[in-house]
Design a protein around this ligand. Structure first.
Ligand code: ACO
Ligand code: ZN
Length: 177
């Protein structure tokens, strides 16, 4: 029998020897800790049932990072959506990044990059043809992060956020349709 701990470590490996975090799938008991990261680091807050519905529907790409004491320090969650193909003759899947955040103290250690890489490969089996996201036009840090993964700005969504700020709509094509 494998313990939970072993399963977690088998699922996602430590990034490197001197890193002090590891990545695992989110579970129901982690949601409150995820909410704590979200509320501290992002102005967009969601109710508990929102996180739970993402976890119920898209568990393979809802990941958390823990420090060596087991404290949750970052999360990422995605939705898989159907979208019309370019020729509009069929539907294709796209991965929509719902939210990512890392506690300030743990930033710039590659945690977000590790979360993005692992979650994006986890949803690839849903035959994702593109990944999409919105980000505040003022969020230089996050825009830089997405650019390192080859996301490109597709357009601006005017007044996307409740406070009136515009969003960049960024996409990363992975299929050829
Ligand atoms: N300045 C410039 N470039 C940066 C910065 C920064 N402050 N932070 C990250 N980057 C770029 C760099 O290219 C970096 O690579 P490098 O460190 O080798 O130069 C690369 O992104 C990868 O950085 P990571 O260490 O993987 O990113 P980190 O773990 O620090 O997390 C994140 C980045 C998630 C944007 C973090 O700053 C954060 O939690 N911010 C607040 C929450 C937030 O804005 N979330 C995104 C909202 S949009 C959405 O959720 C869809
Ligand atoms: Zn969105």
């Amino acid at each position: 029998m494998t313990t939970n701990k072993e399963r977690e470590i088998n699922l996602f490996k430590y990034k490197n020897n001197d890193s002090d975090f590891f990545i695992k799938r989110c579970s129901l008991k982690d949601i409150n800790a995820v909410i704590e990261v979200n509320e501290r680091e992002l102005p967009e807050d969601y109710p508990f049932f929102f996180y739970k519905s993402i976890l119920d529907n898209f568990p393979e790409s809802f990941l958390v990072a823990q420090n060596k004491n087991g404290k949750i320090i970052a999360y990422i969650m995605w939705r898989v959506e159907k979208a019309p193909s370019i020729d509009s003759l069929r539907y294709v899947n796209k991965g929509h990044l719902v939210s990512i955040a890392v506690f300030k103290k743990y930033r710039r250690k590659g945690i977000a990059t590790t979360l993005l890489n692992n979650s994006m490969s986890a949803i690839k089996k849903s035959e994702i043809l593109k990944y999409v996201l919105e980000v505040r036009v003022s969020n230089y840090t996050a825009i830089k992060l997405y650019e390192t993964l080859n996301f490109k700005i597709e357009c601006i969504k005017k007044k996307y956020y409740r406070d009136g700020e515009n969003a960049y709509f960024m996409i990363l094509n992975v299929g050829n349709s």
